[in-house]
Design a protein around this ligand. Sequence first.
Ligand code: DGL
Length: 276
Amino acid sequence: MMTNGTPELKPILVFDSGIGGLTVLREARLLMPERGFIYVADDAGFPYGGWEEGPLKARIVALFGDLLERFDPEAVIVACNTAFTLAGADLRLAFPEMRFIGTVPAIKPAAERTRSGLVSVLATPGTVKRAYTRDLIQSFASQCHVRLVGSENLARMAEAYIRGESLDDAAVLSEIAPCFVEKDGARTDIVVLACTHYPFLANVFRRLAPWPVDWLDPAEAIARQARRLVPLVDGAEHPEGLDLAVFTSGVPTFSTRRLMQGLGLSVQPADALHPV
Ligand code: DGL
């Protein structure tokens, strides 16, 4: 459809369990400035890290039935390792017409870059348990020593931090400490941030790390992949008005609403979304 000679484009939907996917949204907005965005946080189900696999998969697929019908996006970025490593294949099967851009632990680039051969993957307990994650290690990092570190608390801590609460250094350090491995005179040199919440804490991690490492954040690579799959349309401009944010709880806190406003996202009601 054209308005004033400008093609009207469908939006890109970015999905996460909470506000972690904003680390991907900000990169996607830079690379896809002509697109509107709808940010969906399944905060009613947050955190995804501790869920049993069956119920979580069913929840995500049912939720997408509603989201795709309601928002009719051009493509979906699943900006959540915990969701995509579990339900990515089911989503593609259930909605074959839709393009899904997934987020999986950046094990391949880490294996290509490491010099010491010691790589750690910091993720939710869900992501470290996934067959998908084990397969990535087997396929791309069999020559490395990969330490999987499942953190119970970091996603919540990242949410608190980004809303302006202060964190206890010792508590953060105890979550990241298992990532630092010394073996036969070599040390971990790359830690994969395999949860989209964690890049918000990257500066805290750098400050507290026992030694400097490369903290690998896949957000830009995910945005590039989205750009490849959704090419630029000549003459298209970002639609007027704000991008949208939807929280499945329907009741994001005041500080979350303020955060969304600061990012130019207008919070929409969550009515009619399925498994809330
Ligand atoms: N941001 C999510 C991820 O990338 C997970 C956070 C959670 O819900 O536990 O894995």
